[in-house]
Ligand binder design. Structure first.
Ligand code: TXE
Length: 483
């Protein structure tokens, strides 16, 4: 199927068949709101239940399939994503609004993730142990969990589903996937590729629709054994309560308020580029975005001045325009939220450095200029996840003060430091209360073959990605045998 067909009527994949839902939804291009990207079929509660039953029925057979078979399926998906990265990247840029290079890179990354887990399917390991009892042999083996409900956000419409779906299938689970409502065409395009790579009916299902109906049905359904979710803290909390109440396995990746410390001994140009990339690329719509720039007094004014100069030059525009460096905000609601935080910052007395205004471009879209404020640690813009191109600078007296500020947050996803001191970098890596640390790198931008996730309110459950994904997508069995 060609991409042109996507606009026609992407449908839901239930038990190997493309099913029309009772209602139709629309996704639009945030760079040009006159353009409809997809009119898609929305599934309802009963179709979601059908998808879950299909996945449950397919599980016994699929869970016994050979690793080679599963590897072949995942390799096929990865190859097609890589071969079509430009075309699918253009779709992603149109539907979500990230720039074309960012979007193409995300699709390529998704292909690499499927390839990685094709390999992992062949590397499922167990342990053989000596027993404490004479003549007894003990082994520990990994088995799939069952039906996995995958609930994804809009900000990485290919990569996040990829890093959930690929390990789920690699380890022998069956899947019901619900993409975010803002990006159905991307979710559908990924599902369409998966549907042609040799899976038996029911092993992988796609249900598009609302969180309240489709998502909640997955969370509450007794046949869904595990739920992997990425999104907001409030939705994550609700999923955690409902999922664990019925003893489902739950994995949550939620918000961040990630600090980037800049010490006086840092390479100034490098630190400014780390801040610019981490705070504003992908329009700041990354859970790993650096939204708190904690800068030591000795370099504070030079850093703020140089970052301001870079922000003035940053080209905001249509995601498909080759000269654009920062695309639009994903939708009107998110834009309103971002501009609302700009007003809150002003109201709290934050010093405005640059930006934070709605912009007009030649096409009607959700454009705003990147915003930078000087704030105090107790201001709301320094404490709450905004999820847009709005960052604040906090002044730190010295390294110890900077570290204390960095850890003074309910979140704990990622933290970075720019410094030329090996001693400080090592101390920071040890004492940052997060799941991921960066030294002289932006807080956003991670590898796919190592664990991803955080502490405190940012994450719950087993880590995602790399071989640590096995912790969530498998359960261990201990076997005893009289030898
Ligand atoms: O998130 P939601 P939204 C943050 C960001 C953003 C805010 C709202 O601050 O402004 O969240 O975005 C599904 N049961 N992040 O509304 O609601 C929903 O359909 C089951 C940060 O998009 O959390 C979607 O598929 N599912 C984040 C997914 O959950 C439900 C990335 C995420 O939606 C549900 C995205 C329910 N009751 C947003 N309600 C990050 N840090 O990466 C909704 N959903």
């Amino acid at each position: 199927m060609k991409l042109g067909d996507i606009q026609q009527n992407p449908r839901n994949l239930i038990n190997g068949r493309w099913e029309t839902g009772p209602t139709t939804g629309v996704s639009t291009n945030p760079s040009d709101t006159r353009e409809v990207v997809a009119e898609y079929s929305r599934a309802d509660r009963s179709q979601t239940e059908q998808a879950v039953r299909a996945a449950a029925d397919a599980f016994p057979h699929w869970s016994q399939s050979t690793p080679q078979r599963r590897a072949d399926v995942l390799d096929c998906v990865g190859s097609e994503l890589l071969a079509r990265k430009d075309e699918l990247g253009a779709l992603l840029a149109r539907e979500e609004g990230k720039t074309l290079p960012e979007a193409v890179a995300e699709v390529a990354r998704s292909g690499q993730i499927f390839k990685f887990f094709a390999g992992e399917a062949l590397r499922i390991q167990g342990e053989l142990m000596a027993s404490v009892r004479q003549g007894v042999q003990v082994d520990v083996t990994r088995e799939p969990v069952g039906v996995v409900g995958i609930i994804a956000p809009w900000n990485f419409p290919f990569a996040i589903p990829a890093w959930k779906i690929a390990p789920a299938l690699a380890y022998g689970n069956t899947v019901v996937f619900k993409p975010a409502e803002l990006v159905p065409a991307c979710g559908w395009a990924l599902a369409e590729i998966i549907s042609r790579c040799g899976l038996p009916a029911g092993v992988f299902n796609l249900v598009m629709g609302s969180g309240r109906e489709v998502g909640q049905t997955l969370v509450d359904h007794p046949l869904v054994h595990a739920i992997s979710f990425t999104g907001s803290v409030s939705t994550g909390d609700r999923i955690l309560r409902a999922g664990t109440a019925r003893r489902a396995k739950v994995q949550l990746e939620m918000g961040g308020k990630n600090p980037l410390i800049v010490l006086a001994d840092a390479d100034l140009d490098q630190a400014v580029e780390c801040a610019l990339q981490g705070s504003y690329f992908s329009t700041g719509q990354r859970c790993t975005a650096s939204s708190r720039l904690i800068v030591e007094s000795g370099i504070h004014d030079a850093f703020v001045g140089k970052l301001r100069d870079r922000l003035i030059q940053l080209r905001v525009g249509h995601a498909l325009d080759r000269t654009t460096e920062m695309g639009p905000v994903v939708d009107g609601h998110q834009l309103e939220q971002n501009l609302g935080y700009v007003e809150i910052a002003r109201g709290e007395g934050a010093e405005h450095v640059w930006g934070g205004e709605q912009l007009e471009r030649s096409t009607p879209g959700h454009y705003m200029s990147p915003a930078l404020f000087l704030a105090q640690p107790d201001y709301r813009i320094a404490r709450e996840e905004i999820f847009g191109p709005v960052a604040c600078v906090l002044r730190a007296a010295d390294y110890e003060h900077a570290l204390a500020l960095a850890n003074d947050t309910p979140f704990g996803l990622c933290a970075g430091i720019c410094t030329t001191s090996l001693k400080r970098a090592m101390h920071f890596k040890r004492h940052a209360a997060v799941g991921m640390t960066m030294v002289n790198l932006p807080t956003a931008g991670v590898d796919f073959h190592v664990p991803f996730g955080g502490r405190k309110e940012s994450s719950y459950g087993a880590r995602e990605q790399g071989r640590y994904a096995a912790e969530f997508y498998t359960t261990v069995k201990t076997g005893y045998m009289l030898a």
